[in-house]
Design a binder for this molecule. Structure first.
Ligand code: A3P
Length: 339
């Protein structure tokens, strides 16, 4: 057991719980830890970066895009970055890989210990921006420090894993999505990436989600922590469903929050640039060939899978819908009703 700067106790998952996770997620070789209080389930190497992230020096011009996985974080980070850096679509980095301009703060907890056959986009950017940095100290963390202002950063960690002063220091855009769509998107993610290679059924995966046993842990606690802060002037909450329904309205709200003062035409540029089809075209740049299961890619799509809301109505069985509805009714007692 280790105690982190956030005050959490990290307990390494062992025994039968580890054996079950290892059997169902055979690609995941790094081990798991659970943090208390909260029960956040994270990759074991998270403990190496936890304190650095907790003590990360945010600046007032930073924008941190935060969400539980599969809520549309990548879409939102691209919208935010483009609004702030390239509303006329003329920034020289606009064509680069998304994650190179918006560092994924805790991604070092997934980093491979041994080198891969082809260099990752992150390692290339790392060499450029941190020429004296040691990759073993966490490339993503160092990139988050090194990218030029104004920085747009991304995390799937919850508020409680950052210092309580976070919102006093910087703006946060929090993205939420209907958990019935999240679970399908996350299932795809766990099949697509070799480092997960989930080999169970949809029913088993839903059960993992409902029991808070997927990486990143309790969905409702993550959302609740953000929702409780919703009146804070430095916090902006956006729903995936609202982005899908009327992206221009949501961009206008974001424009007010970020203070970017963009014209209608500039917002329309941003919306088009970050449309699903445009972003999907960069799928092969986002993820190296060696990290994905090719047959899943061909059958069900890549990182940018389908970009729809409400597909759970077609994919979840009546039993699973019933189960999830009961879970939502029990857990979501703080006034959100998903579209
Ligand atoms: P689906 O798997 O349902 O298609 P995250 O970035 O948080 O991991 O979320 C990924 C989800 O957002 C995926 O959902 C992905 O396709 C969707 N997404 C990414 N870019 C999008 C865009 N420009 N428009 C709509 N959905 C997008």
């Amino acid at each position: 057991m280790a105690t982190l700067a956030s005050g959490h106790t990290a307990k390494v998952i062992e025994g039968s719980e580890k054996a079950k996770l290892t059997e169902d997620f055979p690609g995941f070789k790094k081990g798991w830890v659970r943090l208390f209080p909260g029960g956040w389930l994270l990759s074991r190497p998270f403990c190496k970066v936890a304190d650095k992230l907790y003590n990360f020096e945010f600046r007032k011009d930073d924008v941190l895009v935060m969400s539980w996985p599969k809520c549309g974080t990548t879409w939102t980070q691209e919208l935010v970055w483009t609004m702030r850096n390239s509303p006329n679509l003329d920034h020289p980095d606009a064509g680069l890989v998304i994650m190179n301009r918006v560092p994924f703060m805790e991604a070092d907890m997934f980093a491979e210990e041994s080198p891969k056959e082809d260099p990752s986009p992150v390692s290339e950017t790392f060499k450029k921006l941190c020429p004296n940095g040691d990759p073993r100290d966490g490339m993503n963390y160092q990139l988050a420090q090194a990218i030029p202002d104004p920085r747009t950063l991304k995390t799937h960690l919850a508020f409680s894993l950052f210092a309580p002063s976070l919102l006093e220091k910087t703006k946060v855009v929090y993205v939420a999505r209907n958990p019935k769509d999240i679970v399908l998107s996350f299932l795809h993610h766990h099949k697509l990436f070799k480092e997960m290679s989930f080999n169970g059924s949809l029913e088993a995966f839903v059960e993992y989600f409902l029991q808070d046993d997927l990486l990143y842990g309790p969905y409702w606690l993550h959302l609740r922590e953000a929702w409780q802060k919703r009146g804070h002037p430095n916090l902006h909450i956006v729903f995936y469903e609202d982005l899908k329904a009327d992206v221009m309205r949501e961009l206008k709200r974001l424009d007010d929050f970020l203070g970017t003062g963009l014209s209608h035409d500039q917002l329309a540029n941003v919306a088009k640039h970050a449309s699903f089809d445009e972003m999907k075209a960069s799928d092969s740049l986002m993820i190296g060939k060696y990290v994905i299961n090719q047959e899943v890619l061909e059958k069900d799509g890549g990182f940018f899978r389908q970009g729809k809301s409400g597909d759970w109505k077609n994919k979840l069985t009546p039993d699973l819908i019933d189960k999830m509805d009961q879970w939502i009714a029990q857990k979501c007692d703080f006034g959100i009703s998903f579209k």
